[in-house]
Design a protein around this ligand. Structure first.
Ligand code: AMP
Ligand code: MG
Length: 419
């Protein structure tokens, strides 16, 4: 490209040609600022959202010392090293405390969750006692304080338990409910607009003309975005036409925090998109040292971040998972370490690879005689979407690595849980 200066102010110093995967991830991250706006939602609606407040208990959970078992509430000072005979003076049920207090050699029958009666400090499980009318015989060997749950042992008044940035899952929703809180402040959802470009793309419901294919990337993207809990704006298919593309970019950037496109960034096609980007925003066109997914654009159009992903169906998924997923989670306000872990497995076949790029081969991870092994799905062309469907993991072959022999250890990244 001559005549066009491509710059992105936050990306000074990153060489757009032959950028390593790790560098590209780093470069993207330095440009991103997470959403700031918050909203208040009912806690069931907070599932999958990012907390934007501290949650500080103003009650203890549990609120009272209570029994962890069905049995007898006793005073440990009454128990001897032999059997101890106690008198049962009442019952404590969950929600129906025993009114009164234990005197010497007295006990109260108690159910799980019932408040510990005054004077009692220990619960003896019902299975070990002998009962004779109102007399209860406790065997030796009981420990002071056993089977008692203490007030505040789960959540204590004043001790912040959830912090801003926390991704709210079912446990957190329940925990907030256990404090009697019905609404929480969360970050507003990230808005992501996307469209596919290509003159060969037909939409579902249209009859394919010669040379056309159905647009599948918009559907894969829709699926991947749905699992991240972002707000999705699908802008459809846009022809390879500068005016239509300009209109689409402006519309997307005007409504969303992030714009994702697929197609049009490969060497043969990128030129006029580059012209357009130079006019509309600050976008870098990267040749990333990876396979699949080498060409990718990143930058800003107006206030929106732009990810220009490749058109090949596997490449769009690989680049989404390796770059866009983490960027969207960061922008959404997640502060935990959400990177997808790399696990080790033994490859059962030779894997062809040249040093100088990171490869994401599609693999099937399986267990044999207690050992995790992996094989490829076969054909690794970046147009073979079937390989993504058959795979349950990426086999991640590092930048400097060459071909791998059968029996060697490789890193894999599980696809399940790639949300
Ligand atoms: P491009 O990046 O536009 O050069 O496209 C690379 C390859 O991906 C071409 O074979 C395209 O036909 C194909 N492709 C591009 N966009 C899509 C799409 N939305 N769905 C399926 N295949 C696509
Ligand atoms: Mg194209």
């Amino acid at each position: 490209m001559s005549g066009i200066v491509q710059t992105v102010s936050c990306l000074d110093g990153y060489d757009p040609d032959a950028l390593r995967v790790g560098k590209a991830i780093e470069a993207i991250k330095v440009c991103l600022s997470p959403v700031q706006e918050v909203e208040v939602v009912e806690i069931r609606k907070a599932l999958g959202r990012i907390l934007a407040q501290e949650v500080v208990p103003d009650i203890n959970v549990p609120a009272h010392d209570n029994s962890a078992m069905d049995g007898y509430a006793v005073r440990s000072s009454d128990l001897s090293e032999k059997e101890t005979m106690l008198e049962e003076i009442g019952v404590a049920l969950a929600g129906k405390p025993f009114q009164g207090s234990l005197g010497k050699k007295q006990c109260v029958r108690i159910m799980t969750g019932a408040v510990m009666p005054q004077g009692a400090d220990t619960v003896v499980i019902q299975e070990v006692v002998k009962r004779e009318g109102k007399r209860v015989v406790v065997p030796p060997g009981q420990k002071k304080g056993q089977n008692v749950r203490y007030a505040g042992e789960d959540l204590a008044i004043g001790n912040a338990v959830l912090h801003p940035g926390k991704w709210l899952l079912p446990a957190e929703i329940g925990l907030i409910a256990s404090l009697g809180i019905g609404e929480v402040k969360v970050k507003r959802r990230l808005r992501v607009a996307f469209f596919a470009t290509g003159d060969e793309l037909a939409s579902i419901g249209m009859k394919l003309k010669e040379g056309e294919i159905y647009d599948s990337n918009r559907y894969t993207l829709h699926g991947m975005l749905s699992r991240l809990g972002v707000e999705i704006i699908d802008l459809g298919v846009v022809r390879d036409d500068p005016d239509l593309l300009e209109e689409a970019f402006l519309k997307a950037a005007g409504t969303a925090d992030v714009v994702i496109t697929t197609g049009g960034v490969s060497v043969g096609e990128a030129d006029f998109i580059k012209q357009l980007m130079a006019k509309l925003g600050e976008v870098l066109f990267w040749k990333i040292a990876m396979r699949p997914g080498r060409p990718m654009a990143f930058g800003k159009v107006q206030d929106a971040y732009l990810f220009g992903l490749p058109g090949n169906p596997v490449a769009v998924m690989v680049t989404f998972y390796q770059f866009v997923r983490d960027a969207l989670l960061h922008l959404s306000g997640r502060t935990d370490d959400y990177a997808v872990p790399l696990l080790k497995a033994t490859t059962m076949e030779k894997l062809r690879k040249v040093p100088g790029r990171t490869e994401y081969q599609r693999g099937i991870l399986y267990r044999e005689a207690g050992e995790w092994k992996v094989r490829t799905t076969g054909q690794q062309g970046s147009g073979v979407l079937r390989s993504m469907s058959e795979a349950n993991c990426f086999i991640v072959l590092e930048h400097d690595r060459g071909s791998v022999a059968a029996g060697e250890a490789v890193h894999v990244q599980l696809m399940e849980g790639l949300a």
